[in-house]
Ligand binder design. Sequence first.
Ligand SMILES: Cc1cc2nc3c(=O)[nH]c(=O)nc-3n(C[C@H](O)[C@H](O)[C@H](O)COP(=O)(O)OP(=O)(O)OC[C@H]3O[C@@H](n4cnc5c(N)ncnc54)[C@H](O)[C@@H]3O)c2cc1C
Length: 269
Amino acid sequence: MNQLKPLIARIEDVKIEAEGVKTYTLSTGFPFLAEPGQFNMIGYPGVGEAPISLSAIMQDGSFKHTIKSVGRVTDFLKDFKKGDELFFRGPYGRGWPVKKAEKKDILMIAGGVGLAPLRPVIQIILDRGELFGDVSLICGARNEKNMLFMDEFKEWSAKISVYLAVDEAVRPEKWQHHIGLVTDLLDRVRIKPERTIAFICGPEIMMRFICRGLMMHGMSQSSLYVSLERRMKCGIAQCGHCQHSGLFVCKDGPVFSYKEVRGLPDGVL
Ligand SMILES: Cc1cc2nc3c(=O)[nH]c(=O)nc-3n(C[C@H](O)[C@H](O)[C@H](O)COP(=O)(O)OP(=O)(O)OC[C@H]3O[C@@H](n4cnc5c(N)ncnc54)[C@H](O)[C@@H]3O)c2cc1C
């Protein structure tokens, strides 16, 4: 099978998620199996492709992508409607070590669109909560208009401790959560370092400070997992665009332990 040949997916639903961000529900007519944290190359002929994480993997074979429009490909997709078709290749990459997290406390920390790749992990926890210990989620965004999945937090809060932070509130009188950095919220979670695993996704500078903060709480580099964003073209470790120090972000990642990627020459981690 040609791994680079794109397949067609039909848009079943489009939801406005936050400012400039939409979630697309896609179906293919054949089974689509993927792991939380994996991504597809999403695109359109003549326009290009962009790596986009799976924000939901459904049992009926459909899946979701939550996409922020920032440039050529993502801007092109932003006007797509229900019934339209787009192209994808995947799923690619190594996702979150969910199996390793069984019987442990899980701390998830997300910044901005970084919450999208964690959403399939949250779904597993909601469905199979008995497999895990205490689960906490810390989410940060520039302001409340940029916070993804706001309508889902209530359901999540029944099983997960959810903490929200915005850098600045558009309507501070209505915002009942933290105003400030996500790192401020680390002290609100009771972290038992020996039994906690952390999944972190967001801007690299945020992940750097979160990892340092968690190490000050006694966590080891090997129990911190980060999802890296790098420019990539092929998605299957052939072209070398995302290669750094012997690691292909598309194939060896995008999820890595902090121990594996701390100090990568091109990064700030
Ligand atoms: C594994 C992976 C998973 C991702 N998952 C998601 C997701 O779920 N949702 C989502 O909205 N986005 C996600 N992204 C980011 C997304 O791939 C980029 O925003 C997208 O490639 C931009 O493509 P474009 O053609 O629209 O923009 P372009 O026209 O290529 O660029 C627009 C701007 O973004 C910058 N840029 C583009 N790609 C990157 C990059 N990888 N790193 C840093 N800067 C970049 C460019 O320098 C430019 O300033 C993910 C990226 C990776 C690597």
